[in-house]
Design a protein around this ligand. Structure first.
Ligand SMILES: *Cc1c(COP(=O)(O)O)cnc(C)c1O
Length: 412
């Protein structure tokens, strides 16, 4: 006998988006070593950890060096000192009650949004917004919940909810009955978001259709407008229909430090084949305790320090810095006649391309003529064609320089 592979992996599109971008950038840089390229493509931060986080992190590492304070395996769900701070700071002020055993601390929202589908049957119908954070799609493909990709660049069996300038980036409710709905708000890649009222229509849909919403709020800290919900649980009844994912990555520069958390309310129910209701909180707990051994102690201490008075202030300064970049990008691109979206409640700016230019061609023009790297919208799904994503995570200097260079291009 020979070893058979999981053939669902063969359904995945060949090149991962960011690998193809890196390939094109490397090739250009090799041919033009003197050019200074500004990267506004990948969603990674540039600011370091803030001082109060580093201080807490360092002293926790010291604790690990002494047998009296050393920590071995911690709880798979995370330490309660961090979960308590999460509840107090991220949910109490919104009027949302979360209990300790509904908080699951992890090493990333990418892993959690990728792994959550494991606790659901393969026969469930999945809806995603289009464009989309590709992790939601690819992990369902790997699990075998879809067919092959068709000639419209859509996986068979997956329900796509287009978000374009035409519908104001407000996805229509699924016309059919779907079981799982992934929502990312504020959105990566479009940078746009929904009002409370708009999000409520999804919660109502989920209640009516007995669906579950998988709500990714990784960019919650970037919200500036008042009518934008910070948590889906601000919508009445959402605890019965939604799982929420959050991360310290973009909020506090933890992309390399790794800490995130997921809320799985105890009210949440799924059904077995006999029609009996089952607790999703218990299933996720079973999954995590079996496959995950917790986030390192110093990292959780560092994450807890983001909630200290100084920590909050220092982090807010960095967020304001990035959002100033976002404003510069929006303003400059509008000045040269481009339509841009997002960048108000999120660090992403979604640029509508001039008529007749596709997103990979525009990517190449930006790279070769302005030496600026963006992310082609088509990489996020068929409705991303005709758009390009820029991030506000670069330095202020580089952001200004990039906008100067783009302003000199002539798209007409
Ligand atoms: C960056 C990002 C995350 C965060 O992932 P981590 O694994 O916590 O670093 C999650 N969801 C979206 C949409 C993101 O853009």
């Amino acid at each position: 006998m020979t070893v058979k592979i999981n053939e669902n992996y063969l359904l995945l599109q060949n090149s991962y988006l960011f690998a193809e971008i890196a390939r094109r950038v490397d090739e250009y840089q090799k041919e033009n070593p003197e050019k200074e390229i500004i990267r506004m493509g990948i969603g990674d931060v540039t600011k370091p950890l803030v001082p109060s986080v580093v201080k807490a992190f360092t002293s926790a590492v010291q604790e690990m060096s002494d047998s009296a304070t050393f920590k071995g395996y911690g709880p798979e769900q995370g330490y309660s000192f961090l979960a308590e701070k999460i509840i107090e700071n991220d949910f109490k002020p919104l009027g949302v009650d979360i209990s300790l055993d509904e908080v699951f601390i992890s090493d990333g929202a990418k892993c959690d949004t990728a792994n959550i589908q494991e606790i659901f049957d393969l026969d469930n119908t999945v809806a995603v917004t289009d464009p989309v954070y590709t992790v939601y799609v690819d992990t369902n493909v790997m699990a075998g919940r879809t067919g092959a990709m068709n000639d419209k660049d859509m996986y068979e069996g997956l329900v796509y909810l287009p978000c374009t300038a035409e519908n104001g980036f407000i996805p229509e409710l699924p016309k059919e009955n779907v079981d799982l709905i992934y929502l990312c708000l504020p959105n990566n890649p479009t940078g746009t978001t929904l009002t409370k009222e708009e999000l409520k229509s999804f919660v109502d849909y989920a209640k009516e259709n007995k669906s579950i919403i998988l709500f990714d709020a990784a960019y919650e800290k970037f919200i500036n407008e008042t009518d934008v919900p910070h948590s889906i649980y601000e919508i009445e009844g959402a605890k019965e229909v939604a799982i929420e994912f959050r991360s310290f990555s973009k909020t506090a520069g933890f992309t390399g430090t790794r800490c995130a958390y997921t809320i799985v309310p105890k009210e949440l129910k799924g059904y077995d084949s006999k029609g009996n209701s089952q607790s999703l909180n218990e299933l996720w707990n079973r999954r995590q305790t079996t496959k995950f051994n917790g986030v390192s102690y110093p990292v959780q201490v560092a994450a807890a320090a983001t909630y200290s008075k100084e920590g909050k202030k220092e982090i807010q300064e960095y967020i304001d810095y990035y959002m100033e970049n976002a404003k510069i990008i929006r303003t400059k691109l509008r000045e040269i006649g481009l339509s841009v979206y997002g960048g108000v409640n999120s660090p992403y700016i979604w640029v509508k391309l001039p008529e007749g230019i596709d997103s990979w061609s525009f990517f190449d023009i930006l790279l070769k003529e302005a030496n600026v790297v963006g992310t082609p919208g088509a990489g996020f799904g068929p409705s991303g064609e005709g758009y390009l994503r820029l991030t506000a995570f670069n330095t202020l200097d580089n952001t200004k320089k990039a906008m100067e260079r783009i302003s000199k291009l002539n798209f007409n």
